[in-house]
Ligand binder design. Structure first.
Ligand SMILES: [Zn+2]
Length: 196
């Protein structure tokens, strides 16, 4: 799958460890590192430390923006409302949970992903990797298709054919570009919208 499953309670930060704060003038650190990245002279470790540090500084603002966009999308996005309606139809057991704003969580991620779905925890949105509300909508829709397929079909995520089909369906049904879908999977066997 493009994104790894959530391995821990997403109520906690997904960060493995906070990036070290620069031990010199913050302005000097920001500009010298930023320009070394721009000129492609920064080594990968410096580049990663810089973005981790910025993500840590911006965590509260990123998560607040993500939460506001999530609330707006659940209320007004035709795509998200459509997917939620069909998810609700699949949940016949009163003790089971559908996808709601409460189990879609905005967190800072240190992994290279924009979101993830876990049957146990719900949907993770990586607030520091989402460029704008449109990107968040695409990511949320993608993960809601995974939630739909988890409820609708008996899928084995360890089976590579199942995993490929899940990614193709999530990508095509959430509106990702055709080129992106073809890049992700070499087969179009299960790429056509069928049951949703
Ligand atoms: Zn996916």
């Amino acid at each position: 799958m493009a994104e790894p499953p959530l391995s821990a309670d997403p109520s906690a930060s997904t960060s493995a460890s906070a990036s070290p704060a620069p031990d010199h003038d913050p302005a000097f650190y920001t500009w010298s590192t930023f320009f070394s990245i721009l000129t492609n002279t920064a080594p990968p470790t410096t580049r990663n430390a810089y973005f981790n540090h910025k993500d840590t500084l911006n965590e509260a603002a990123d998560c607040a923006r993500c939460e506001a966009s999530k609330t707006w999308l659940f209320a007004y996005s035709p795509t998200i409302r459509f997917l939620r309606h069909h998810l609700d139809l699949l949940v016949t057991d009163p003790s089971a949970a559908s996808i709601t704003p409460e189990n879609v969580r905005c967190r800072r991620c240190t992994t290279n992903q924009s979101g993830g779905f876990s049957p146990e925890h719900g949907i993770l949105l990586c607030a520091n990797h989402l460029r704008n509300r449109g990107h968040l909508e695409d990511t949320l829709a993608h993960e809601m298709v995974h939630a739909h397929d988890h409820l609708r079909f008996k899928l084995d995520p360890e089976d590579l054919r199942h995993a490929a089909c899940m990614e193709i369906r999530a990508s095509t049904l959430s509106g990702e570009s055709v080129a992106g879908v073809r890049e992700k999977a070499g087969s179009a066997e299960c790429g056509q919208p069928s049951g949703l």
